[in-house]
Design a protein around this ligand. Structure first.
Ligand code: URA
Length: 210
């Protein structure tokens, strides 16, 4: 994947995103749309997944047929909102291994601090897809990718629903080798670090915590 930022402009992606953005969309609808939209984005992000072959019998003859080398994919959720994107990808690639990165913001230093980190073994041999619906300031995304690289990951993609220009710039500066795949590059961040026009707090909207 050579582009640093890919905006998936497929009509189904854009239509579903519009419904998700709307204030009146319920938690149940939001969750379902997030799953569907993630699947459509996953189609794009998994383009270069490694294939292997297996011998199969068609009704006509045997053949060496391509199949996904699913063990080679590690899907990493950036907690907590990333969890809402796991199922969509796993429905497409059920054999993918799954990891989690938990970070919180230290209120004094404003720096992200790790509270949980568990990723599949041999992460250096895998294509890693890090998922977080919102690439906002980019602080937690950059820190999560830092941790993945420290653990040995070298082939990482970042999958999100919405990105801000500030977040994309921050990621490009810190991790120019990590392509970003998103459904929309929104206008800007507000003073609290929320994306505009955005969709609000993705975690609260998917888990109904507000
Ligand atoms: N996280 C969210 O959930 N929403 C934003 O707009 C920014 C960060």
């Amino acid at each position: 994947m050579s582009e640093h930022l890919t905006v998936v402009d497929h009509p189904l992606v854009q239509h579903k995103l519009t419904i998700m953005r709307q204030t009146e969309t319920s938690t149940a609808e939001f969750r379902q749309l997030l799953r569907e939209l993630t699947q459509l984005l996953a189609y794009e992000v998994t383009r270069e997944l490694p294939l292997t072959t297996t011998t199969i019998e068609t009704p006509m003859e045997s053949m060496e047929a391509p199949i996904l080398d699913g063990k080679k994919l590690a899907l990493v959720s950036i907690l907590r909102a990333g969890n809402g994107m796991l199922d969509g990808v796993l429905e497409l690639v059920p054999s993918a291994r799954v990891g989690f990165v938990g970070l919180y913001r230290d209120e004094e230093t404003l720096e992200p601090v790790q509270y949980y980190f568990k990723v599949p073994k041999q992460i250096s041999d895998r294509m890693v897809i890090a998922v977080d619906p919102m690439l906002a300031t980019g602080n937690s995304s950059v820190a999560a990718i830092d941790l993945l690289k420290e653990a040995g990951a070298t082939d990482i993609r970042f999958l999100c629903l919405l990105a801000s220009p500030e977040g994309v710039a921050r990621m490009k500066e810190a991790h120019p080798d990590v392509p970003i795949i998103t459904a929309s590059l929104d206008r800007e961040l507000n003073e609290k670090g929320y994306i505009l026009p955005g969709l609000g707090d993705a975690g609260d909207r998917m888990f109904g915590t507000k």
